[in-house]
Design a protein. Structure first.
Length: 130
C-alpha cells in the first residue's frame, strides 16, 4: 500500500476540537443558547469536567479550567484526530520523531482510547479511537 493511501486509511477524520472553558456553565450556555450547539454528553474522567457539544458534523469539547493553567496549551486546547488504529498511528508518530505528551494510548472509559502529542509549532494534538 502506498504511503499516502496508508495515511488516509489510518487518519480518518477530525473527531473534535477542545476549547478551554474558564466558566464551564457560562460556556455551555453560550454554545447552546447563542450558537445553537446541541449538548451531547458530559463526563469527568479526572479533576476537570468535559462537555461535548455538536453543531452540524462538528463537535466541540469544552475543557473545564480547574488549576489556573489557563494558557498552558492555549484557549483552543487541542484538535483531536479520529484514527482507525491508535496503536499503529502512535508507532508511526514515534518513527517520525514526534514529541509525545502521553507515553502511550490511554483508555477512556467505554469510549475507546486517546493519545496526546505535539505538532511542529508546539500545538497540542490528540489521536482518538472510539
Amino acid at each position: 500500500m502506498e504511503k499516502a493511501e496508508k495515511m488516509k486509511s489510518l487518519f480518518v477524520d477530525v473527531d473534535h476540537i477542545g476549547i478551554k472553558a474558564y466558566e464551564l456553565e457560562r460556556a455551555v450556555k453560550f454554545y447552546t443558547d447563542v450558537l445553537g450547539f446541541t449538548l451531547l454528553h458530559r463526563m469527568k474522567p479526572g479533576e476537570a469536567e468535559l462537555v461535548f457539544l455538536q453543531l452540524g458534523s462538528t463537535v466541540v469539547e469544552l475543557v473545564e479550567v480547574v488549576d489556573g493553567s489557563r494558557f498552558e496549551d492555549g484557549v483552543v486546547n487541542h484538535v483531536a484526530l479520529k484514527v482507525s488504529d491508535i496503536f499503529t498511528a502512535v508507532d508511526l508518530l514515534k518513527k517520525q520523531g514526534v514529541e509525545f505528551i502521553t507515553p502511550e494510548p490511554m483508555p477512556i472509559g467505554e469510549r475507546g482510547y486517546n493519545f496526546f502529542f505535539r505538532g511542529p509549532s508546539g500545538e497540542k494534538l490528540e489521536l482518538f479511537q472510539g
